[in-house]
Design a protein around this ligand. Structure first.
Ligand code: ITT
Length: 201
C-alpha cells in the first residue's frame, strides 16, 4: 500500500503550541487545508512515551481518532550535550505550567554551570508524525539541527529556547534570525523534508 497525501487534503495540525503551529503552517505552505486542534476542541493528550517519535505518534493518533481526519503532530525539544541530552522530551515541562521559558533557559544555564564544563554544544530534535484515523497507518520521521548555546538569551523572535541557540554555521540565535531563515534549516524543516519525500513529493 502506498501512502500519499494529495494537495488540498484536510489535515489537523495536532499542536497546542502557537509558536509551533505558526512554523507548521509556514511549512505546509498552502498545500493542505489545515485545521487546528484548538478549533476542533481536541484536548492535549498526556505525553507518556519516552522518545520524541513515540510522543509524536501518540499525539497524531489521538488527534486523528478524535477528529476523524488525518492528523500531523510534532514532538520536539532541546538536548544539551553536557546534560546527557536533557531537557530533551521534557523541554516543555521545564517551563512549568506557566510556560515560562525565561525560567527554563535559566535552569539550562544553571545546570550547565554545575557541571563545570566549557562545552556548550546542543541540538534540537523534531519528530513529525502523520496518522490516519481509526487505527489507520502512520508515518513518523525525525530531524535534528546542531549548534551552540549562548547566555544570556538573545532576540525575541521564535519561541521556546530559540534565544539561547545558535545553529552551526550562523552567528545569530534562532531568536534573532528571520523566521524564514529558521524555517529553511531548522530541525522542523529537516523533518519536514523527510515527510515530504515520504508522503507528498
Ligand atoms: P504540543 O505538544 O501541543 O505540540 P508542546 O509545547 O507541549 O506543544 P512538546 O511537548 O513537543 O510541545 O515540547 C517541545 C518544547 O521544546 C517546546 O515547548 C519548546 O519549548 C521546545 N522547542 C521545540 N521546538 C523548538 C524550536 O523550534 N525552538 C525553540 N524551542 C523549541
Amino acid at each position: 500500500m502506498t501512502l500519499k497525501l494529495e494537495a488540498g487534503t484536510k489535515l489537523v495540525a495536532a499542536t497546542h503550541n502557537p509558536g509551533k503551529a505558526k512554523e507548521l503552517h509556514a511549512l505546509l505552505d498552502g498545500r493542505f487545508e489545515v485545521l487546528t486542534a484548538g478549533s476542533l476542541n481536541i484536548p492535549e493528550p498526556d505525553e507518556t512515551e519516552t522518545t520524541f517519535v513515540g510522543n509524536a505518534l501518540l499525539k497524531a493518533r489521538h488527534a486523528a481518532d478524535l477528529s476523524g481526519q488525518i492528523a500531523l503532530a510534532d514532538d520536539s525539544g532541546l538536548s544539551v550535550t553536557v546534560l546527557d541530552g536533557a531537557p530533551g522530551i521534557y523541554s516543555a515541562r521545564w517551563a512549568g505550567p506557566e510556560k515560562d521559558f525565561r525560567m527554563a533557559m535559566d535552569k539550562v544555564a544553571e545546570r550547565i554551570e554545575e557541571t563545570g564544563s566549557e562545552d556548550r554544544s546542543a541540538w534540537f530534535t523534531c519528530a513529525l508524525a502523520v496518522a490516519w484515523p481509526n487505527g489507520g497507518p502512520a508515518v513518523v520521521v525525525q530531524g535534528e539541527v546542531h549548534g551552540t548555546l549562548i547566555f544570556p538569551p538573545r532576540g525575541d523572535r521564535g519561541f521556546g529556547y530559540d534565544p539561547i541557540f545558535i545553529p552551526d554555521g550562523y552567528d545569530q540565535t534562532f531568536g534573532e534570525m528571520d523566521p524564514a531563515a529558521k524555517d529553511a534549516m531548522s530541525h522542523r524543516a529537516v523533518a519536514f523534508e523527510k515527510l515530504k519525500a515520504a508522503l507528498f513529493d
